[in-house]
Design a protein. Structure first.
Length: 265
């Protein structure tokens, strides 16, 4: 399948959430993905979509749109859905939370419309941020989310202040393993990794530094950290560099999803 019209359009607007939801529902119908509305934030739905192909297949949950100034990951999920063939999609039980923070996407702000951060405060007593409205929706649906991500949870993010990529990954081991290396290698095909002397790499020394573009087992109270503590064996937050063209970033996020599905087949 060729790239869809919205991707080729010169006037493409990644903050057009109404267009996004319309396209999402259309492609889910075409690709036989189940759509479930798990919550509503300021009249905007929070959708969970999935295609459960075989109980013996690996189950992966991808999320995007936790932060509103990071628009490429939701559209990367949409591009993956447009371009992926049935053979690839049917290799795993794939689920998506395409936009967790709809008001943030609409306003182009990191936090939601009430200045709450939807990706903080889920665990650890030293995390002072309160859970957001979106966070409460996720927690209300936690048993289902844990079931759909029993093999891996991957949260797609981007850093709009950077031209380098980095990762936060969680594995039940003392050093990065195959899962982390797989994600690193995907992004390395497109971008350069964050250098060890970048201020971001040493922003939170109390939980660890980013080495060679990888922050490993950093327990920061994020949703990916929380899911790891809840027993999901492999979780991650990918940070694509937001200073590049948005369509390149969209393609990068679609590639991350595609390669992760192939990895877990």
């Amino acid at each position: 399948m060729n790239k869809p019209d919205w991707f080729k359009s010169a006037g493409f607007n990644p903050t057009d959430i109404d267009l996004y939801y319309s396209l999402l529902l259309n492609i889910c119908k075409h690709k036989n993905f189940k759509v479930k509305q798990i919550g509503t934030i300021s009249n905007y739905p929070i959708y969970l979509i999935n295609k459960l192909t075989n109980p013996n297949n690996k189950s992966i949950l991808f999320s995007a749109g936790f932060h509103g100034e990071e628009p490429a990951p939701p559209w990367g999920i949409l591009l993956f859905l447009y371009l992926a063939n049935d053979k690839l999609i049917n290799q795993c039980n794939i689920s998506f939370l395409p936009i967790v923070n709809p008001t943030g996407i609409v306003f182009g702000t990191r936090n939601n419309g009430w200045n709450e951060n939807p990706n903080s405060g889920y665990c650890h007593n030293d995390i002072k941020d309160n859970k957001s409205k979106e966070g409460m929706v996720l927690l209300d649906n936690l048993p289902l989310l844990l079931l759909l991500s029993k093999d891996s949870f991957i949260s797609l993010h981007e850093d709009n202040t950077n031209d380098k990529f980095y990762l936060y990954t969680y594995e039940k081991r003392n050093s990065p393993g195959k899962f982390t290396n797989m994600l690193f290698n995907i992004e390395s095909k497109i971008f350069k990794p964050l250098s060890d002397d970048d201020p971001i790499a040493n922003e939170y020394p109390e939980i660890g530094t980013i080495k060679n573009g990888i922050g490993f087992n950093h327990h920061d109270g994020s949703f990916e950290d929380f899911m790891f503590h809840k027993g999901i064996p492999l979780t991650a937050c990918t940070e694509t560099p937001g200073l590049f063209n948005v369509k390149l970033r969209i393609r990068a996020n679609a590639l991350i999803v595609s390669n992760c599905v192939s990895y877990f087949k």
